[in-house]
Design a protein around this ligand. Structure first.
Ligand SMILES: [Fe+2]
Length: 297
């Protein structure tokens, strides 16, 4: 992650618009660093294994990616990465699919945090109706500053993982919207938290939210699958936190193996056209990441 942009909330069911405005969270060098970490390789060891000069690898990590297709292919093979996706990243052509037709309003809330940007999301079943909040950004001021005035009421709050940049605004949101307790990953600890474990579903109005337990980035991490209960065939939403990003994955701080296992598992468990809304970077789809995400191989 190198750069960040701040936007105020604009409701969208059109991901093409979202994707055109938001930079990928991770560039080629970030992905190589995470993959080297997962594989336990130094740049020198990767050079030895791949046959790519260590100076070329260090240049890529230092945001000077001029790797050719053959070099990318050798690095992908050495690191166990998706070759097509890694080469697309290297050439600046990672695909971000447009997608319309979610059966509810989706409000991406993008907030500055440090040198980057963190995402939260509001889902609203109907105009001026109650919303569901997914993650809360780093604090009250950040969340209040991007809050969509079209969403005056929140029925429930869901938190993917208890880190400051994703849960710092929770006290403000719970107080302002008088929400008794936030849904959190089972095993996580937060005041008035309501644990949700694997497969547990909460039905609210015309929406159902099902939790996937997805440790890897951290030990207590959930993704949330949001579906309409009125139109079973309608497109759904996966709030993926720091498990999967468009073109990358969260840092494997808890368990490298579990991160990659759950990344693939969750993407394969939802319909291909499911909109994926990550904790950082632009939205994507489950099918796109199954085909191209470097960490799905
Ligand atoms: Fe994060």
């Amino acid at each position: 992650m190198r750069t960040g942009y701040i936007f105020t909330a604009v409701a969208t069911t059109n991901m093409a618009v979202d994707s055109q405005r938001i930079a990928l969270e991770d560039e080629l060098g970030d992905v190589l660093e995470k993959a080297m970490n997962c594989a336990g390789l130094t740049p020198e060891a990767l050079a030895e294994r791949s046959g790519v000069a260590v100076s070329r690898i260090l240049d890529a990590i230092d945001y000077r990616p001029e790797l050719g297709a053959a070099e990318c292919s050798r690095l992908a093979a050495a690191l166990g990465l998706n070759e097509v996706g890694l080469c697309a990243l290297a050439s600046g052509k990672y695909p971000l699919p447009g997608a319309d037709g979610l059966p509810f309003q989706l409000w991406p809330l993008r907030m500055a945090h440090g040198i980057g940007v963190v995402n939260a999301y509001v889902v609203q079943g109907g105009p001026a109706g109650p919303g569901l909040l997914f993650d809360t950004g780093p604090g009250a001021g950040a969340l209040e500053g991007v809050w969509p005035r079209q969403v005056p009421v929140i029925d429930a709050i869901f938190v993917t993982h208890i880190e400051a940049e994703h849960a710092g605004g929770l006290p403000w949101a719970a107080e302002r919207f008088r929400v008794g307790g936030a849904r959190i990953p089972a095993g996580a600890c937060v005041a008035h938290g309501l644990p949700m474990g694997e497969g547990e579903t909460v039905a609210l109005g015309d929406l159902a939210v099902t939790a996937f337990r997805t440790p890897g980035h951290c030990a207590m991490h959930n993704c949330y699958h949001v579906r309409s209960t009125q139109v079973a065939s309608a497109r759904s939403l996966l709030v993926s936190g720091d498990l999967v990003f468009a073109g990358s994955a969260g840092g494997p701080y808890h368990c490298k193996r579990q991160l990659r296992e759950h990344l693939r598992r969750v993407l394969a468990a939802v319909p291909e056209d499911t909109v994926v809304a990550p904790g950082h970077g632009p939205m994507t789809t489950a099918g796109n990441e199954l085909r191209f995400n470097p960490f799905v191989s």
